[in-house]
Design a binder for this molecule. Structure first.
Ligand code: FES
Length: 254
């Protein structure tokens, strides 16, 4: 059940150019939140009336979200200091199935990697394939994942090849090789739609269950406005209410 939390900022730091990690003190929310759920944040200014959705990235040492500064709202958010109180509506949405018995492959692109961090904190054994534009945009994720006991391997792709321990290209280029070399019980993905569809097709071709976590702009976040709709094989669904996590078979015809 979602509710309003008034939570103080513990830290708000730039972890890569234009990308910030925000940690709020919200122990009750940290306990309640399931991997893949999101929160709606109200910025503390009359200038911004709509709440903004953010995937809950991690619930270690506070509730953590990652955001990129892309407009006035996120620019304002990046200026908020430790101790500022934020109004959060959370937790929202359904979340990933974390009762999977054995090894899950997580595939994340860009800011879509954030919810997968929370999966890695809750599942016993994972491997992860991370994709980003360049070295700066993957290195801070590596620092987040590398110390988690559940993470056995991390594979990296960058569009420009600037991370020298990874591959040049997209996650979907590397994925077939990873799936053929190791046995997984499922594939979970979050990132750009085109990447997720590619991941889902490959997972299904390999006979693996796949869950996709969608990112959408949201106006209400509560199922009332239809601004977050996606087309599924079973008709239109709302990312905020029916998702954000969907079984890949909702998007890929058998
Ligand atoms: Fe309004 Fe989903 S954001 S219905």
């Amino acid at each position: 059940m979602s509710k309003i939390f008034e939570s103080k900022i513990k830290s708000n730091v730039e972890v890569a150019p234009t990308i910030f990690k925000l940690t709020v003190d919200a122990p009750e929310l940290a306990t309640l939140a399931k991997a893949g759920q999101f929160l709606q944040l109200k910025l503390p200014s009359d200038k911004f009336t709509l709440r903004r959705p953010f995937g809950i990235a991690s619930t270690k040492d506070g509730v953590n979200i990652f955001y990129r500064v892309v407009g006035e709202g996120t620019k304002f958010l990046s200026t908020l200091e430790v101790g500022t109180t934020l109004n959060l509506l959370a937790p929202l949405g359904n979340g990933f199935n974390v009762d999977a018995a054995s090894k899950v492959l997580l595939v994340g692109g860009g800011m879509g990697i954030a919810p997968l961090l929370s999966v890695a904190e809750k599942i016993r054994e994972v491997e992860i394939l991370i994709g980003g534009k360049n070295r700066d945009e993957v290195i801070f994720w590596l620092k987040e994942f590398i110390h988690l006991p559940s993470v056995h391997s991390i594979f990296v792709t960058t569009d420009d090849g600037s991370y020298r321990y990874g591959r040049k290209g997209f996650t979907t280029d590397y994925l077939p090789e990873i799936l053929s070399a190791e046995k997984y019980s499922a594939v979970y993905t979050c990132g750009p739609d085109v990447m997720m569809y590619g991941v889902a097709l490959e997972a299904i071709a390999n006979g693996l269950p796949c869950e996709m976590c969608f990112e959408r702009r949201m106006a209400c976040g509560l199922g009332a406005c239809l601004s977050c709709s996606v087309d599924t094989v079973n008709g239109r669904k709302k990312v905020c209410k029916d998702g954000p996590v969907f079984d890949a078979r909702e998007f890929i015809e058998p």
